[in-house]
Ligand binder design. Structure first.
Ligand code: PMP
Length: 436
């Protein structure tokens, strides 16, 4: 790791012509390899965020670069729905093989938000019903359909109206939950769905859309029984369960798909982010019976299923199956115990939680240590300060987020080594000692 502290140069002209959508840019990147970035001054950074959980098999992964380059020379675009290309068919077959249960047919688009909106359209077409329920605090994207599902008013301010007929139910957020009254969690938050269906819908329910592990909410891992119970309730109301695996899919949680941890085969599974290691690709996959509800012309995307992105995705899945999902599991187990140690060492660490290489460290006011705190006290942006310290003093790029913006997020490329993780945890400890 470079000893130099960062004084990130801004890319020339960036602020002049790129829409100002994000206050603080992280690190301008000139090149990247494996788990490291290099900025324009030659400083090296450890990347613990993978471009929001995307570059799962590492920056510049040779197999992915080669597959994409070969396809680039062969055939780039004809619109995959007009001119079927080999990598598209091969990828759809591969997804049928690696996704759980009878998930068999895939529609390709370009991003996470499109995959969610397409999945909702398919659920409406299959069930003949309209309404959708999602989770409070959940995140599904920022285009107007997905934004309606996103359970966070922060993203909606000034953007309404979104689509109608969407309701929200309680999230399985054990650390900030008052349901089980401090006793062991019994996943009864799932039963809140009955209340929402009864009091906020007309009963004409097409789908319940959930993230199996909530990423943007702050890496919220549900109790084991929760997802199955949600699906049961969906089916009791003739609705489908859409598992949004845009962030959790493709090895992130130590299984290829997070739903596998919960022994649930969702009715529709959405994907994007890690699928093609950074090339734009989204997808949703369903059983043949559900997928066949789409008639010709019901849904289409000009760029969706771009052959170059599909070739990159095939190589990505090979790399994941060739040891990187195992590495995510193995390193994740080590990380879990290290983060647990931080939780006992620091009063400001309220809870650490995660699966595989998707971990959150929730920072709190010390008076809030311990579970069952429903909403946090206003803090002085401790997480933001810890993130700044790590970037500026340790050359470590870490995600800072969560519904309350108080969660440090470990979501590195799954190729991360033990040595790199040790460095990251040591630097996080130093940052907490210094800033908190
Ligand atoms: N669903 C989930 C679970 C996500 O985490 C995200 C992105 N953070 C999206 C959907 C939207 O993906 P995109 O930004 O590619 O539209």
């Amino acid at each position: 790791m470079s000893e130099q502290s960062s004084n990130s140069s801004v890319v020339d002209g960036y602020d002049d012509h790129v829409m100002p959508i994000w206050k603080s840019l992280h690190v301008p990147v000139k090149r990247a390899e494996g788990c490291t970035f290099e900025d324009f001054d030659g400083n090296e950074y450890l990347d613990l965020f993978s471009g929001i959980s995307v570059t799962n098999v590492g920056h510049g992964n040779e197999a992915v670069v080669e597959a994409a380059t070969d396809q680039l020379e062969e055939f780039v675009h004809g619109c995959s729905y007009l001119h079927p290309a080999e990598p598209v068919a091969d990828l759809a077959a591969k997804i049928a093989e690696v996704t759980p249960g009878d998930l068999e047919k895939t529609f390709f688009c370009n991003s996470g938000t499109e995959s969610v909106e397409g999945a909702v359209k398919l659920a409406r077409k299959y069930t003949g019903s309209k309404e959708v329920i999602a989770l409070e605090m959940g995140f599904h994207g920022r285009t107007l359909g997905s934004l309606a599902l996103t359970g966070n008013k922060g993203y909606k301010k000034g953007m309404a109206p979104t689509i109608n007929d969407v309701s929200h139910t309680s999230p399985p957020y054990g650390y900030r939950c008052s349901r089980c009254d401090g006793g062991p969690c019994d996943a009864s938050c799932a039963d809140d769905l009955e209340r929402v269906i009864g009091s906020h819908t007309s009963g004409d329910l097409a789908a319940i859309v959930v993230e199996p592990v909530m990423g943007e909410a702050g890496i919220v891992v549900p109790p084991k029984a929760w997802l199955g119970r949600v699906q049961e309730i969906a089916h009791e109301h003739d609705a489908l369960l859409i598992a949004d695996e845009v962030q959790t899919g493709y090895g992130r949680t130590g299984e290829l798909f997070a739903t596998e941890h919960f022994d649930v085969v969702p009715d529709i599974l959405t994907q994007a982010k890690g699928i093609a290691n950074g090339l734009p690709l989204g997808a949703f996959t369903a059983s043949a019976e559900i997928a066949d509800a789409f008639d010709s012309g019901d849904h289409l995307s000009t760029f969706g299923g771009n052959p170059v992105a599909c070739a990159a995705a095939l190589a990505t899945i090979d790399e994941l199956q060739d040891g990187l999902v195992d590495n995510a599991r193995e390193q994740g187990e080590w990380l879990a115990s290290e983060l647990e140690a931080l939780e006992s060492e620091f009063d400001v660490v309220g809870e650490t939680r995660g699966l595989g290489l998707m971990w959150g460290v929730e920072l709190v006011d010390p008076s809030e240590k311990g579970p069952q705190q429903v909403s946090p006290k206003p803090d002085a942006d401790l997480a933001g300060q810890v993130g700044d310290y790590l970037r500026e003093e340790s050359n470590v790029v870490m995600g800072v987020g969560g519904y309350y913006k108080n969660v440090m997020r470990f979501q590195p490329p799954l190729s991360i080594t033990r040595e790199q993780l040790e460095y990251a945890v040591d630097e996080l400890r130093t940052a907490l000692e210094t800033v908190a």
